[in-house]
Design a protein around this ligand. Structure first.
Ligand code: AMP
Ligand code: FE
Ligand code: FE
Ligand code: ZN
Length: 284
């Protein structure tokens, strides 16, 4: 049986492997297809696509964007099949990065006020260009020995309730769906468990609302999903006629417990990739 990974991050956002290196790893692991889904950017897609073409790995260009949702939940939407040169996504990406350029210095300033010795230059060096986010700040805090692990960096400083937490700009749900559709892609709700909704009825209501806004699929296999989650989200996807997708959410050394192609013990069947391709709007 052939396996794939449809959710991965590179140095274009908060992963630690370059786009081409993620593709090489997929090849080494015997995966037959890969989607690169960096946060807020399509900057890694061209490099990954070229490497995939030369290695004979099927490549699905992607992106992951964050939407407004009440705390403590998070709502991430994957866009599959987006153009790697899409003007609408480039523009969106620029505006989200500009918002981060506003937020990152505030986080650093607060850390300095708390007596933590860290500079924006440290963080930018860690990120190596592209989207600069909290995982890069966390990595510097670990490297400097200020906290022992990434998790403790988020718990103590960077996460909701942390001493240096600042919110980030997110898209409205309809806006996210429209942008992805306008870029020729299919919007898929990532890791629905992270919505952290009180009950099944609430999840179903939310997903139905997203469908009305243009949602095409549901990520049913993910590293944060228990076997029960995989089963309940698969049933929900089937009931609502949504495409089922899956991925590890690989981030390289920024999420050390996640291996490419593996999601909490599950591998991702090739059919998930084929189903997306089948549903993608034809390119003109
Ligand atoms: P940002 O986009 O800068 O707000 O950072 C969000 C990213 O940080 C997420 O996509 C995750 O990759 C990572 N992240 C969030 N919470 C945690 C956590 N508790 N531990 C490790 N990584 C996290
Ligand atoms: Fe991330
Ligand atoms: Fe996500
Ligand atoms: Zn992700």
């Amino acid at each position: 049986m052939d396996f794939v990974d449809l959710h991965s991050h590179s140095t274009a956002s908060d992963g630690t492997l370059a786009p081409a290196a993620v593709v090489r790893l997929a090849k080494e692991l015997g995966l037959t297809a890969l989607a690169l889904t960096d946060h807020d950017t399509i900057a890694g897609l061209a490099e990954a696509h070229a490497e995939a073409a030369s290695l004979g790995v099927d490549f699905l260009p992607g992106i992951e964007v964050s939407c407004e949702i009440p705390r403590p939940g998070t709502m991430h939407v994957l866009g599959y099949g987006v153009g790697s040169n899409s003007p609408v996504l480039r523009q969106m990406s620029e505006s989200l990065i500009a918002a981060r350029d506003d937020r990152n210095p505030r986080i650093i300033r607060r850390l300095n006020e708390l007596g933590v010795d860290i500079t924006l230059a440290d963080v930018e060096a860690k990120a190596g260009g592209g989207v600069v986010g909290r995982p890069h700040i966390a990595a510097v805090l670990v490297q400097k020995g200020i906290v022992p692990t990434t998790q403790s960096a988020f718990d103590r400083y960077l996460g909701q309730g942390g001493a240096a937490y600042f919110d980030k700009e997110r898209l409205e749900r309809g806006q996210a769906m429209q942008l992805i559709r306008a870029a020729g892609g299919l919007p898929v709700l990532a890791h629905p468990v992270q919505l952290r909704m009180a009950d099944e009825a609430m999840v179903e209501k939310t997903v139905k609302e997203l469908v009305d806004l243009g949602l095409a699929g549901l990520e049913v296999i993910h590293s944060d999903h228990s076997p029960t989650d995989v089963e309940r989200f698969s049933r929900l996807a089937d009931r609502l006629g949504l495409i089922k997708t899956g991925g590890s959410d690989f981030h390289g050394a920024n999420k050390k417990n996640i291996q490419l192609g593996m999601a909490n013990g599950y591998r991702i069947p090739r059919a998930f990739f084929d189903n997306i391709l089948e549903r993608l709007p034809a390119r003109v």
